[in-house]
Design a protein around this ligand. Sequence first.
Ligand code: GAP
Length: 461
Amino acid sequence: MIKEEINNKIKMDEIISFAKRKGFVFQGSDIYGGVAGLYDYGPNGVELLNNIKKSWWYHNVQLKPNYYGLDSAIFKDPRVWEASGHTTSFSDPMAECRACNTRLRVDKVLEGVGVDADEKMSEEEINKLFYENKGKIKCTKCGGNDFTDAKAFNLLVKSNMGDFAEQGNSPVYLPGEASQGIYINFKNIVDAVHPNIPFGVAQIGKAFRNEISPRNFLFRTREFEQADTQLFLKPGDNDKEYEQIKQDRWQWYKQIGLSEQNLRWKQHNNLVFYAKDAWDIEYSFPTYGFDEIEGVHNRGDYDLTVHSKHSGVDLSFIEQSTSERFIPHVLETSMGLGRVFLAVLAEAYTIDNLGGDERVVLKFSKELAPVKVAVLPLLKNKPELVDKAKEVFNMLLPHMTTVYDASGSVGKRYRRQDEIGTPHCITVDFDSLEDDSVTIRDRDTGKQERVKITELLKILT
Ligand code: GAP
């Protein structure tokens, strides 16, 4: 089989078990049997996740002088979620099997039998489709097809904090979306940094959703991170900026190594309660096919208007040059970090043939690779080689994620590093003791070059 054919046949199950074996992702609360929809990032996973975040922050805050960063608290006054509409309108349509009480997400079940449905439809609309197609739908657990009507099931996760609820307040909620932290800080940011409009605010924050059927590994989880930007602009300036933002986001996905053939845009037919226009960037996952990794939304003046009304604080903006006062409109980008992590992992996961050996190699971009370089003494039982390798390791350590690996043959160590996507391995051998040179091996080509130790940092950075 040629390389493309092998890689086209890669299944998500294979990537999921690989991710666990190689310390990228573990099932949440694994030793207690695991909890569905919760995952922990292992030693290699957290490095990859942090590198994705760093790249996103660099491109969305550092390179954009009119964007400001924020990190808002997870707990918020419950009125935030009432004002935003999440306590009433943030829901999925659920029905229950009358035979075994299993709950089904009706929009997903309908999609599964080829019907164009989504969670933003009204109860009436989705029930109409549900009845028309009942003959084709079976309970995922018992195979029966006698169901209750679909009802809206609210996705907010409730929590408690101090004696908040006992004092007669609503329960506190965990964030259903990270973006609300930005809207409620709009005035603080304007007063603190006096930006001209348009200006943006960027935040990476946790979101929690009571997903009844979390599925597809990191794709639909109950706890996840979102990397959001909210651009505040003058009403009427939306269209040009919207196109620019869409182009920027596309470029960033290419920059982190996702290939264009695996990406596409999809416009929403049914809009969520806050949106005026919405496009998703979708990625073609092995096994799952194309699905959303990021939403780009035109939210109009919805958010600042509702928070002005509910808080009693005026969230209008006065433009310095014209003294005009208005409620800014919002263009949002909201990326699910878990989904992008999975897309990056799937894109990098390659089976190829190097020097006659079939190997698994993660072809991450150098920017995203969890480990940048591995230092290997040729033999671990020769103290002079170990000392020299440790010297090289200690020299590189403050500058990049570096590992020291002395166990097994050099060939085995190369394979181990290929599997976690380390772009370079450096081997210290007996000649190194004489000429202060080492061998540097490239992950993708296997090509080896002899370089001076004094040149290493320059070459690697
Ligand atoms: N603030 C807008 C917002 O939250 P969304 O389309 O509901 O919009 C944005 O979510 C992104 O968050 C999605 O594109 C997806 O990548 C990610 N996301 C949403 N629900 C998720 C879930 N249950 N598990 C993992 N990621 C999720």
